[in-house]
Each structure stands twice: as C-alpha cells, then as structure tokens.
Design a protein around this ligand. Structure first.
Ligand code: ZN
Length: 380
C-alpha cells in the first residue's frame, strides 16, 4: 500500500520543505517530493494542506496518562497510555517505572509484555530508580530505594526488554552497574542524585552518557564543584532529557541548555504521570496523593513537583517559543536525538528508508494525524 501525504510543510533534521509531499510504502518512508515536482501514483492520498509533517515523537520518560500509570501493572493501563500518546504525536515510547518493590516492577513489565500493539511502539522500558539517592527522592517513594543490583535488572530484563536504567552515580556500586549495563546494551543514566562532578566522572569513565530529567533532583551548578548540572553543560557527548513545561525548568535554563548543548544532545520528555490528558483534580503517583491544577502536578503533602502533565507537542511548541531556533533543528530534540541515544535504528527522521512514523501538526502544534509504521492510528 502506497500512501501520499500532499501539500504539507515537511520538517525533519536539517530539512524544512514548504508545500512538499511525502510518499510512504507499507511501513517505510520512500521519498520527500518538493513543490512543483510530479506526484507519483498512490493507493491513498491524504491532503496535508496547512499542516506540518514531522517525525513521530519519541518520549523516553513517561509514567502515565489518561488516569492510568504503567506501575498500575495492568494491560488495560498499557493499552490506554499507548493509544493516548498518539494524541500528542508520540509514536515511540519507553514506559517508565517508579521506585517500587521488585514484584511491582515485574508486574508492570509483564503488563507491557502483553500490550495489544495498537497505539505507539514500546521498544523497551525505562527503569527510573530504585537505585537512587534517598535524599533526592522528589516524588519517588524513599521506602523502596535500594542499592544498585545488576541481578535485579537482569531478572526484569527477562520479563520485558529494559532500554534505560536511571540511578544515582554516588550510590555504592554505581560505576560497576554502569559498566555492566553498557555490556548488556542498556543505556545507563543519572537521576535523583546529589553526586559531585568527581562521582559522576567515575561512571562517565565506564560509559555513562545520559542524564535523566536534567536539572531536576540533581546537584546544581556551583563554582567550586560543578555538580551534575555542570557535568551536563560541560560534557558535549552527554545526552540530557529535559521537561520543557516551563515549570520544571525556567525558560532561561531551557535557552541555556539549548545554547550550550544544542538539539543534538537534548531529548524532550514528558515525564507525565496519570493526570496528563485529564482534567484538574486529585490523582496519585506511586501511592502518594497528587493535586493536578493549571498544568502543575504536585504532591498533596509538601507540594513537591510530582511528574508532569506535559504533552510532547506542547514541549516542542514551548522550546520553539523560548529558543527561537529553527524547527528543522529543534525537531531533533523531539525524536531523532532520543532514538540515537537509545540506539533505535530507522527512527526519528523523515528520510527514505526510515520507518513511516509521522505526525501532522497544525500551526499551533495541535496533533491532527499520527501514523505509526505507515498506519494512520490517530485522527482528530
Ligand atoms: Zn524522576
């Protein structure tokens, strides 16, 4: 089956084509056709007039949506989130777990293993915790924090592939864990940490090149020890996840991160919890009560930020407004950079041979259509 999306703006890393057309055959991109060129025959033609086509978004840090959480451990929750994410243009997602007992993590991964496959793609999971610094928990439950244990990761990886493990580099055994994860082809990442720059470097030497929700629950920049924020700014080969809701990180810090690191090493994430895509009200995160109001999700007790309700299309709109950088550059941060950091081939660009994961947005970044592997799976 050949699908032709006509007369749209096509934005992909390094390319911004006005009034172009996109030819898809089965699950692959075949060609980008500039305005004025003859159009090939197709089985289905979809008008993209007034819309912008971009590579489907890759969200590598997401806990939930539509009032459910991956840690609910139910297949219905997985199916609901994976369908809901299509509404924000996400075509590839890493279900992300919380700091919980191993039995609960196992149940969450088992539910992902039984996903019906009708929403976005779930190539593996992201374990956020449980090997974090108990003093930097944020909304993670300190009761379940434990020391790095590669055997636990191996047991979970046998239930469903683990793509990324986020932990604190100052915990005992973190450098060994980094090395072993790299050997297994799993991406190690720093999170919920009070590490010094020196402690980070011990893991960096073993292959650590990722920082999860950069700046949040992380040692701030100080001029006598640049800490984890300094590490992210200094090391140009380190990838940084950013929650660009203009709340977890202020607009000036978003601008600074893009100026220093560039879109080649920034990954837009939602870090969304179950209140994402839902009306304001009371929800939970890891069993703790959370109030969601006006785009902010905070713990009822103490008021700490408890994940976000951010959606990826809004994150991209925010960074476009804040940085003023061209979309053909920023679009890396919503898909290709994450795919590259995770080693997911054929994802994140609208180029011949790439997977036909395509999102069509209106001028206000509202998602109008989402294609996964060439299949139209969401339409507004
Ligand atoms: Zn976190």
């Amino acid at each position: 089956m050949r699908t032709l999306i006509t007369d749209c703006r096509i934005v992909t890393p390094g390319i911004d084509l006005a009034n172009g057309s996109l030819l898809i055959e089965e699950d692959k991109i075949v060609s980008l056709i500039p305005a004025g060129s003859p159009l090939p025959a197709a089985d289905r033609t979809i008008s993209g007039s007034g819309l912008t086509a971009m590579p489907g978004f890759v969200d590598i840090h997401c806990h939930g949506r539509n009032n459910v959480d991956f840690c609910d451990g139910s297949v219905e929750a997985v199916n609901t989130i994976a369908r809901g994410k299509l509404e924000e243009g996400v075509t590839t997602l890493l279900p992300t777990t919380l700091t919980l007992p191993e039995e609960e993590l196992r149940a969450a991964l088992d539910a992902v293993a039984h996903y019906d496959g009708k929403g976005c793609k779930l190539p593996g999971v992201h374990l956020e915790g449980p090997f974090i610094n108990v003093k930097c928990c944020g909304a993670q439950n300190p009761a379940y924090v434990r020391r790095p244990d590669i055997e636990e990761v191996k047991r979970l990886n046998a239930v469903y592939p683990v793509k990324k493990v986020s932990f604190a580099p100052e915990t005992e055994g973190a450098a060994e864990l980094t090395a072993e994860l790299c050997r297994m082809g799993i991406v190690p990442s720093c999170v919920h940490t009070a590490a010094t720059f020196g402690q980070f470097k011990e893991c960096y030497l073993q292959g650590m090149r990722n920082l999860s929700h950069f700046c949040n629950q992380m040692t701030p920049l100080h001029h006598r020890d640049i800490g984890m924020v300094g590490a992210g700014l200094l090391k140009s080969d380190v990838y940084a996840e950013l929650i660009c809701d203009k709340l977890h990180i202020c607009p000036d810090m978003i601008a600074l991160a893009f100026q220093v690191k560039g879109a080649d090493h920034i990954e837009l994430i939602s870090d969304a919890m179950r209140a994402s895509g839902m009306p304001d009200g009371e929800y939970t995160l890891g069993g703790l009560p959370v109030i969601s109001r006006d785009g902010e999700a905070r713990l009822k007790e103490g008021g700490a930020l408890a994940g976000s309700v951010l959606q990826l299309n809004v994150a991209l709109k925010n960074v476009a407004e804040v940085t003023g950088l061209p979309l053909s550059e920023l679009v890396k941060s919503s898909s290709y950079t994450a795919a590259r950091a995770l080693g997911l081939p054929g994802i994140g660009k609208l180029e011949p041979g790439y997977q036909a994961d395509v999102v069509l947005l209106d001028a206000d970044f509202r998602v109008m259509k989402t294609f996964v592997d060439g299949e139209l799976r969401f339409e507004r």
